[in-house]
Design a protein. Sequence first.
Length: 204
Amino acid sequence: MRGSKHALPATIVGLALAAGFLLPATAEAKKKTAATSDFTSDVIANLTRVGKRLVSLAEATPADKFSWRPTDQVRRVSEVYMHVVGANDVIPFLLGAAPPKGVTIPDQPFDLSPKLEAEVTSKDEVIARLRESFDYAVGAIKAISPSDLDAESTAFGSPQSKRALVLVLLSHAHEHLGQSIAYARSVGVVPPWNAPKEAGSGGN
């Protein structure tokens, strides 16, 4: 039993050293999980907001203006909205979500958008699909586990995280909200959220 009197202190020292390394790591892991949760919550809140604005703008636009476009080289009003629907359906699919109910994703996923733009043109149908697509996209983001956000994807031909794809989805919706506001203004439609202050403020 020679040296046994040193065994217990050595064990205690070892445990203390291990705890010193483990506690910061655990705290760091919790901090990272909280940050990821905050990221997801912020994206969902923002995507929900931009979705509601696009839907309300589409609702405020007369049905006969859904075929309007500023030049022959760009999308019609209905096509812009359905282009958003296409991205909302495809990007979550690329993130690992099951396709939306009743939607078949082509072998080349981004072929879906032109197909939808050509087939869905009436105001009522466009609005219904727009609303459904945002509900689907929000649900898909909610279902992504925090650890999976950092997983690598090559959806756009180069390595990037799934977190980056989530941001592409969000920025894409904002891009086309801006375009849709410009289209609406061009045909005399005031964005509904701006109407109460329109008499002098003139913002977006």
